[in-house]
Structure formats: structure tokens, C-alpha cells
Design a protein. Structure first.
Length: 301
């Protein structure tokens, strides 16, 4: 599969590269938010193409919850070494130790929401004025409201009613002291676009995205990876199933799907026929009807 066979992918690539170059032109200290998931891996790939033959001119910033998949962290370190990028990691555990964040209690605690505090502290510490992320408008209704250049106030908060128009691909990065922007170069991509592009460009991914056997726990309709982070509660049992992950995040809230898709072509066919969005297996989005929007207003990715 070659990119030239897909005209719409070439246009999406061109748009994303244009946005990244605009960021480096308009801002002094940009960074790329890197989770180790397919969308942030795609952004790193696009950044390499945008600034080739030079190196990526901004660091990759990873907010580590301490509950990441081992496969994600291993892939992250290998990728950074391969492409020669600069990686900056900040840890949610440090925020907890410093009293900046409080660990959740109860039967199903998660550190996913705590990332916001660590992220905002990191952006302030590093003086980042533009943080690029891999969010796409097709993922979730709150993310559908985002502009390419999404303004954040001096508290890192997002106001969906106070965003700037982006007519004719003109992006306004003006800001006051202490404010910053979140920038989403692949806003117009769909999940299927991402997979088709990954196949065309032969972008490597963690094996979590492909069918494999794993111990899982069924919880509230989700298949969570069993282990030290997620343990069986009374009435639950650990099962061995053939699964893969459509999205990768904190282990406490990232659900797998039962799947035999072991190749990119099989994944593309599966995604094309899916009736549930990729974030349909994310527990953090189920906490309330407006869970994502509430977190974004507070400064989430």
C-alpha cells in the first residue's frame, strides 16, 4: 500500500505538516505531547517528514501515570533512540509525592485524571507555549469542538466558546503572558485514515495494537488487562482471551476488544466495519456524560 494511492491521505499529511511548521514559526518553545499511542507515534513520524533532513526541533513530552503498559514504555524508548528525538518525562507519582495530586480511592481507582496536574506543572516548568497533541475530531464530541490552534488561559483551562476562527487555514497564535496553545495537527483525520496511513508509510507500532493472548478482567462491559495495576475484585475472574487495543492509555481505564486482527490489513477491515468508536472502551469517558469536556476544561490533553 503506497501513500500516492490515497489522495486524501496525501492531503491530510500535507495539512498536518503545514500546521507543525506554523507552530515552529509562531511559537518559541513548542513540544509534542507523546503518549506512546498510535496517534502520537503518527505525529512523531509526521514531524520527521516536516523537518527532514534536520532533527525534530521540539522535544517529546510524556506524562507517565506509572500505570502505563510495559510495551508502551519499551516502544517509546526504542522510538526516541531510533529517530534521535529529545524525550522529556514527567511523572504523576512525583505530583502525588509532592502533595500536588491525590490518589483516587475506591474499588476502581485511576490516575488518568491526575495527568492534568502533572501536565500543567510540566508546561509551566518548561515554559511550553504550544503543546501539540494527537487528538482528532472524530474521537469524541468534546474533541469535535477543538480548533487546530486551541487557546488555553493562564490557568491552562479551555473555554470552547472562546476559540478563534480559522478561515483559509490561517492560525492565530497570539497570546498573553502565561497563556498557551494546544495544537492538534491531525484534527481532520479519522481512525481509519490513521490506520491506512500507518500501513502506507509502514509506521511501526507497539504490539498491543495487534491481536494477542492476554489475561483480562471483565468490568462494567470492558476488558481490562489483568496485572499488578488492575486486579480482580470480588465476583470477578481473570480470563485468557485473544484481544487487541484500539487505543492505549492508563491501564486502569483502557479496555481491550476481542479481535483476531493480527495484521494492518485486518485491522483496517475491522475498523472500517466497526460500530463502536475507539474510545468506546475507555472507562474515563464513561464517568459522566460530559467527562471528556470536564477534563479538557481543567487542562486535560
Amino acid at each position: 500500500m503506497k501513500l500516492k494511492q490515497f489522495a486524501h491521505l496525501a492531503l491530510l499529511e500535507s495539512e498536518a505538516i503545514y500546521v507543525m511548521r506554523e507552530v515552529t514559526a509562531q511559537f518559541e518553545r513548542p513540544a509534542l505531547l507523546f503518549s506512546g499511542g498510535k496517534d502520537s507515534i503518527l505525529l512523531a513520524h509526521l514531524a520527521r517528514k516536516a523537518f527532514y533532513p534536520g532533527r525534530i526541533p521540539f522535544p517529546l513530552l510524556h506524562i507517565d501515570t506509572g500505570h502505563n503498559f510495559v510495551e508502551t514504555l519499551t516502544f517509546r524508548d526504542e522510538l526516541v533512540e531510533q529517530i534521535g528525538a529529545r524525550l522529556i518525562v514527567r511523572y504523576v507519582q512525583d505530583s502525588i509525592d509532592q502533595g500536588r495530586a491525590v490518589e483516587e480511592s475506591g474499588p476502581n481507582p485511576s490516575r488518568n485524571g491526575l495527568q492534568t496536574i502533572t501536565l500543567l506543572d510540566a508546561l509551566t516548568e518548561l515554559k511550553v507555549d504550544a503543546a501539540m497533541g494527537g487528538a482528532r475530531r472524530d474521537e469524541e464530541k468534546a474533541r469535535a469542538k477543538e480548533r487546530f490552534f486551541s487557546h488555553r488561559d493562564r490557568f491552562g483551562q479551555w473555554d470552547p466558546k472562546n476559540q478563534r476562527p480559522e478561515l483559509w487555514n490561517l492560525y492565530n497564535g497570539r497570546k498573553h503572558m502565561g497563556e498557551h496553545f494546544r495544537v492538534f495537527p491531525i484534527s481532520n483525520w479519522t481512525e481509519l485514515d490513521v490506520w491506512q496511513y500507518i500501513a502506507a508509510e509502514e509506521v511501526p507500532l507497539p504490539n498491543l495494537y495487534f491481536s494477542h493472548r492476554r489475561d483480562i478482567i471483565r468490568r462494567e462491559g470492558m476488558l481490562l488487562a489483568a496485572g499488578e495495576v488492575v486486579t480482580a475484585q470480588p465476583g470477578e475472574m481473570v480470563e485468557s482471551r485473544i484481544v487487541r487495543f484500539r487505543t492505549i492509555g492508563d491501564m486502569t481505564c483502557t479496555g481491550a476488544v476481542e479481535s483476531r486482527a493480527a495484521t494492518l490489513d485486518e485491522i483496517i477491515q475491522e475498523v472500517a466495519s466497526a460500530r463502536v468508536t475507539e474510545r468506546g472502551g475507555r472507562a474515563d469517558d464513561r464517568r459522566s456524560e460530559a467527562a471528556m469536556e470536564d477534563r479538557k476544561r481543567q487542562g486535560y490533553f
